[in-house]
Design a protein around this ligand. Structure first.
Ligand code: PNW
Length: 494
């Protein structure tokens, strides 16, 4: 059973859904630049229009209500609010847009969870070095304070930064996400470090200036696969899987929840590789200054984005060259039994989520956990009767239920990724993660619920016997308590 106050949500991100890339005074972001440069995204697509949620927010709200969500996770476009990234210039139209979104959600009894940063740095800040530059931390803090001040009377769940791992690695090591830098083995560590510093400053600002009156909670969303040794008896594979955890989950969770510093395994691996390369300067992994606000303890809950699992094996030959992959020195492989959904990286492993949740409970002092993303993608021909995705959600939610009921993990919410089909970064619109299909060829960007959306709307309220769960006071087969649960809204057509 899920607790009565369990948060049932879906998530989106500003650049992926809003469009309106230069509407009403919005400044450009690094994703606008990255897409417009060409050669970066599948089919040369961009998020210029996407779902056009900037103009069509009411349609998104209808989808949210159709699913009966208690929570909706959205991100704010920094450059829509502050076109040059600084609080020198505030774009009131941007403020009005998010005020309306937040007010409409609350009027429908849906609680917003707001992410301040989901991959879309204002281009003006990138022009000054972006996340590589230490000063970005206090600029982010000013932006965060602006948001707490402006929206915090109504928003009680905040995520400062979404997936610093993906921003750092895909954006600055592999160069396949904006800003498209390929600087392997150095910049990603610096960027991750500045993101942690930025997060910590914002958390401390919230804690001292806003929490006393606003009473919300602030965290940072960490993505991690579930990882386990390919050969459970191999000491080398066990060590390799520990290293992999240290380089993903541990990189950000260790500083926040355990020591205030990076995992020792991570630093040791990086420094050993540096020595091999004859790079004898200071560690490529930065250190936290004692003169800055501490990072330890700056997460009020654990925000987890989980998509998939991997088996890990030790590498046979040690490769030279400076890169995160060589530092980590481990190979990730798929179990041939796992099915792949759409995109090649996404093996469907619902039981990995349960194991990861237990690992988080045991490793990070039993935190409150929100699963801030979990989802399944479709590629190729459109299938509205997407039984596989419906099963994925059913199975995954069952695993979460076991994690709560049998393993005692303190999970407080689950957010499906995503509410809508949207701009899936380098994959453009070729990979569809929505509970609603979006017709991108239609000027009205018609939203239509998938079978999986219909099922998700049911799964979260009823258990297997069809009895209503503990939401509110409803009993005896009466419809659930409050709108939107009790309201039957016709299937969305536009
Ligand atoms: C997350 N990868 O990012 C993001 O938070 C979402 O914006 C995104 O749409 C979702 O996962 C689905 O991909 C990722 O390439 C982006 O491994 C890329 C990867 C993983 C996660």
């Amino acid at each position: 059973m899920f607790p009565c106050d369990f948060a049932w949500g879906a998530a989106t991100a500003a650049y992926q859904i809003e469009g309106g890339w230069q509407a009403d005074g919005k400044g450009p972001s690094i994703w606008d630049t990255f897409c417009h440069e060409g050669g970066r995204v599948w089919g040369e697509q961009t998020g210029d229009v996407s779902c056009n949620s900037y103009e069509l927010w009411e349609k998104d709200l209808a989808c949210i209500r159709r699913l009966g969500l208690t929570h909706y996770r959205l991100s704010l476009s920094w450059a829509r609010l502050l076109p040059d990234g600084t609080t020198e210039h505030v774009n009131q139209k941007g403020v009005q847009y998010y005020n309306k979104v937040i007010d409409d959600l609350l009027a429908c009894d849906v609680s917003p969870m707001v992410t301040l940063y989901h991959f879309d740095l204002p281009q003006a800040l990138q022009n000054h070095g972006g996340w590589k530059v230490p000063a970005i931390a206090s600029i982010f803090d000013s932006y965060a304070c602006f948001c707490f001040q402006t929206f915090g009377d109504r928003v009680k769940l905040w995520i400062t930064i979404n997936e610093p791992y993906v921003c750092a690695k895909l954006g600055h090591e592999d160069g396949i996400h904006a800003p498209g830098l390929k600087e392997p083995g150095t910049t990603a560590y610096l960027v991750g470090h500045n993101m942690l510093r930025a997060h910590a400053m914002a958390w401390h600002s919230y804690d001292s200036l806003y929490r006393p009156t606003q009473g919300g909670a602030v965290s940072l969303a960490i993505n991690s696969d579930w990882l386990e040794p390919l050969h459970p008896d191999s000491a080398d594979d066990i060590a390799a899987s520990h290293r992999c955890f240290a380089f993903t989950l541990g990189w950000f969770a260790w500083p926040l929840f355990v020591t205030g510093d990076y995992p020792e395994t991570m630093r040791a691996a990086i420094d050993a590789q540096s020595r091999k390369l004859g790079y004898n300067c200071e560690s490529r992994l930065p250190t936290f200054s004692k003169h800055e606000p501490p990072v330890l303890g700056t997460a009020d809950f654990f925000a987890l984005n989980y998509y998939t699992s991997r088996k890990v094996k030790a590498r046979l030959e040690c490769r030279q060259g400076m890169s995160m992959k060589n530092d980590r020195d481990a190979e990730e492989v798929l179990d041939p039994e796992w099915s792949i959904c759409g995109v090649s990286w996404l093996a469907v492993v619902p039981c990995g989520l349960r194991r990861l949740l237990k690992y988080i409970k045991d490793t990070f002092h039993d935190p409150v956990v929100y699963i801030t993303e979990s989802g399944f993608s479709q590629v190729g021909p459109l299938v509205m009767e997407d039984a596989q995705r419906a099963d994925f959600y059913k199975d995954t939610i069952q695993e979460v239920e076991k994690a709560i009921g049998e393993d005692g993990v303190n999970v407080r919410g689950y957010f499906a990724w995503s509410l809508l089909d949207n701009f899936e970064w380098a994959d453009g619109f070729s990979s569809r993660f929505g509970l609603f299909h979006v017709d991108f060829a239609d000027t009205g960007k018609k939203r239509t619920i998938y079978r999986s959306g219909l099922e998700y709307a049911k799964t979260k309220v009823y258990d297997n016997s069809g009895q209503s769960k503990c939401r509110g006071h409803q009993t005896d087969g009466h419809p659930p308590r409050v709108p939107p649960f009790a309201v039957i809204i016709p299937v969305m057509t536009a």
